[in-house]
Ligand binder design. Sequence first.
Ligand code: DX5
Ligand code: ZN
Length: 215
Amino acid sequence: MIQIAPSLLSADFANLQRDVEMLNASEAAMLHLDVMDGVFVPNISFGFPVMKAISAYARKPLDAHLMIVDPQRYISQVRDCGCAIMTVHAEACTHLHRVIQQIRDAGMKASVALNPATPLVMIEEVIADLDMVLLMSVNPGFGGQKFITATLDKTRRLRKMIKSTGSHAEIQVDGGVNLTTAPQLSEAGADILVAGSFVFNSLDPADTIHRLSIV
Ligand code: DX5
Ligand code: ZN
């Protein structure tokens, strides 16, 4: 069984309570919240007031993916929104080691994301301190993009790095997840798959989450 993290980026923003309650009743392992600032990525999504509104109804852990520059500015706000996991991009942090410690000190699980063009070596020195590594399998900023196939080999190499270093980090893959790519990622060693458009554009999102989780 692989864990599924539906991304609220593809939910109906005019009916967020309804969609969160649908996910509460589904087999989703966590709710993935994509925060974008229009600087680190070309798009702007939503911020803390919306995350707080989601947390009032969510009965699953909140998994915040910060696609913003200098995310250390907002660690306490992310925590105060009830998030259990905070993911920052390696490309967005000058002092990544410090940011990871600050996220842990705030009581959240610490996770680092890598863009498709960013090599695994960027997290080699901090892997022991990480609870999760997020591999982007599309360039961040938008839902509904095509899966970048090279992510499969990157996932295998990350799995080896985690094993050889004794890290307990879980591997999350984000972007282009569907019923074709999910089994490939599972085989490559991913633990958690983020799925946005494939879940929310389907006729029965809860059933789609179930089908993704048993690939
Ligand atoms: C992209 C976001 C993803 C996005 C995935 O920048 O980080 O979480 O919602 O969307 P799909 O599953 O549609 O590729
Ligand atoms: Zn994401």
